[in-house]
Design a binder for this molecule. Structure first.
Ligand SMILES: [Zn+2]
Length: 60
């Protein structure tokens, strides 16, 4: 089982063993270590987005 993930930062692909993963959950890329938010779950695939763009300053 498991869902296919692809890291948008380094394009590493892997299977997530957690079968109950939901939108909004945060997954860490096992390859580059970036935090990724689950944008959507479609079938057997997770769409992941970077939590924040390091090039962008949120103005804290
Ligand atoms: Zn990555």
């Amino acid at each position: 089982m498991g869902k296919k993930c692809e890291c948008p930062a380094c394009f590493f692909e892997w299977d997530n063993d957690d079968d109950n993963v939901m939108e909004g959950e945060v997954i860490t890329c096992p390859d580059c270590g970036v935090d990724l938010e689950v944008a959507s779950v479609s079938g057997n695939q997770l769409k992941l987005e970077k939590m924040d763009d390091s090039g962008e300053d949120w103005g804290e």
